[in-house]
Design a binder for this molecule. Sequence first.
Ligand code: FAD
Length: 378
Amino acid sequence: MARAQWEVIVVGAGPGGSTAASRLAMAGVDVLLVDKERFPRDKPCSDIYGPFGARTYQELGVYERLLEAGYRYPSVILSSPDYTVISGPNQKGLTCPRRIGDNLLKENAARLGAEVWEECWVHDLVTEDGQVRGVKAKYQGEFVELRCKLVIGADGSHSWVAKRLGLFRDHYDQVYLAGRAYFAGCNPPLREVEVHYDPGFTPGFVCLSPHPAYGEVVNMGVGIQMSKYVNSALNAEEMVRKFVAESPHGAKMRGARQVSRWMGWRVPSAGQIGVNHAAGALLVGDAGSFVEPFILEGVASAVRSANYAARTALEALEDDDFSAASLARYAEKWEAKMLPQLKALQGMAVTAADPEAFNQAFQSLKDNPEAITRVFGM
Ligand SMILES: Cc1cc2nc3c(=O)[nH]c(=O)nc-3n(C[C@H](O)[C@H](O)[C@H](O)COP(=O)(O)OP(=O)(O)OC[C@H]3O[C@@H](n4cnc5c(N)ncnc54)[C@H](O)[C@@H]3O)c2cc1C
């Protein structure tokens, strides 16, 4: 192993980690981006790169490549438990299999100057005098200690970094079980992204996300609150089957055939967001529970939190101060810029637990296109 010291180490090369590493590399920072997987790697997801991340992809010079690899759907359809429908034009969101889109983001980080190590599994933090000073990892068959001034934990929903910092949160009302499988042969072919808050799932939904560029495949996903799921008589797959058989919105999937297995994962919504900094460390994306409640989109919020983490890192490097007090500037940034929208969506998630109240709220949202654009970006 050639090196063991960097200015910043980013753990996890998903959208959050790749963005943080890209921003830092662009600013001339000596940054190492590590991931336990070999890319291209899969990630259970409905494959929607939401519109709120688009500006960052443009600034990082990767948006056009994402567009080429993915699909810019024309509009989004949302439906409530009483089957009321809201639809609106899509601005800049796109669907792209995560295996492909995340690989582009990771490659782009390397192009911008980040050093990237794949198959590098971080299992612990190096801590001295109460401050994080690096990570312990297994890389190329060896256990290694990698040192730095700042660790950015972007290691996703099951974050080891958050666990080691004592900042991992797992409140079953704010964590969702989400899964997805790919289907082919949908007739007529799907073009729009659809999110159905079906009565069988509240507070949760079924999401249909088309990939016309990949043989007319449709990604069917499901998200359901963990506290509801653990008490449910049906498992997620059975719930989806019921949706397809019984819901008017499921009808279009009745002739489709499943072409992949179901993959599921926990989704930590920002309903449980809290402290995401410690001496020598910051958490972004799922590691910090940044997923947008109600719609459960976490790609764009991982990217946005990574932008604020990178800015905080630059300030800390400038001051040569990585204390918790110095890194609290991260909280000031994401709270000012992200919290209002996250709170609005959390309000919707709370309302969604009561189908009657949700139907009413949905009706008033229907008459308020400005609110729809502000909250959903469409
Ligand atoms: C079924 C499902 C559907 C979803 N659909 C959508 C959707 O359509 N749109 C949307 O915006 N969000 C969706 N989400 C949420 C979204 O997938 C996440 O919010 C998003 O991936 C978070 O990005 P991230 O960079 O924080 O983490 P991730 O994308 O999870 O990336 C984390 C990376 O860290 C690496 N890693 C983990 N542990 C270690 C370790 N110990 N050492 C080194 N590397 C490590 C992983 O290999 C991974 O590459 C969905 C989630 C699920 C489960």
